[in-house]
Design a protein around this ligand. Structure first.
Ligand SMILES: [Mg+2]
Length: 247
């Protein structure tokens, strides 16, 4: 069951002339899994996004912290759904800024050394950022690894972002909020829907405007106006929106 206030907001936004529907991937379309490579969108959520993308004057994009290529593979989305990776740094059309390769390599080396000291901690290298994942480590090892990475990070001119059991360093400054702005302009959208579950999604919620619909998935403080519990609810909300918009 979706909250009544969200249903009312979806009813209204479904009637906007040019609708842009954007969503995070992990924890939003896809349930969180221990091995990040196993993440898959719930079939009902994917189907609803595809239905939206097929409607006239309706645009759909996934905006994720994942590298664009990984997002493309895991989401399995066709070209009708736009993909934005690396927290907004990687659009289908290419990078929005120049990547400092030397700094990126230095961060990879340092985080790899830290990860080697703590079982279950691993490093994910992306085209413009490096993430230290501690989800599979013990609580003590995870906390120690994150503390070591935070200390190392004070030496780098990189943007640090803390997520759920992850600390990421980006060598270009970007965020999901500016990505939403780019998409809104490109599609000439009259209203935007964004769904997300993590700390990094707050920059997108904060950038939404009157008439937009921001939906936070799960617990925790949020600037989003609406809240639901799970990826199952995300699929239900997207399906409801697609049904309303099709009429
Ligand atoms: Mg997420």
């Amino acid at each position: 069951m979706l909250p009544a206030d969200l249903i009312a907001a979806l009813d209204t936004v479904a009637a906007t002339p040019r609708l842009l529907v954007t969503s995070d991937f992990d924890g939003t379309l896809s349930p969180i899994v221990n091995n990040p490579a196993d993440a898959r969108a719930l079939p009902a959520g994917s189907a609803a996004l595809l239905a939206l993308a097929d409607l006239p004057h309706t645009f759909v994009a996934l905006v994720s912290g994942r590298a664009l290529e990984v997002l493309r593979e895991l989401s399995g989305m066709p070209a009708s759904v736009h993909l934005v990776g690396s927290h907004g740094a990687e659009f289908d059309t290419g990078f929005t800024q120049t990547v400092d390769g030397a700094l990126l390599a230095q961060i990879v080396d340092s985080l790899t050394e830290i990860a080697s000291r703590y079982p279950g901690v691993n490093v994910e290298t992306k085209p413009a950022s490096v993430a230290l994942h501690v989800r599979n480590a013990s609580a003590d090892d995870g906390a120690a690894a994150l503390a070591a990475a935070r200390a190392a990070g004070t030496q780098w001119t990189a943007e640090a972002t803390e997520g759920k059991a992850v600390l990421e360093f980006a060598v270009i400054t970007t965020n999901k909020g500016s990505a939403i702005d780019v998409l809104r302009e490109r599609d000439d959208a009259t209203a935007v829907v964004f769904l997300g579950d993590d700390v990094t999604d707050e920059k997108a919620f904060a950038r939404l405007r009157d008439g937009d619909v921001g939906v936070k998935v799960g617990p925790g403080p949020s600037a989003a106006q609406y809240r639901i519990d799970s990826p199952e609810d995300v699929a239900e909300a997207l399906a409801y929106l697609a049904g309303r918009r099709a009429r």
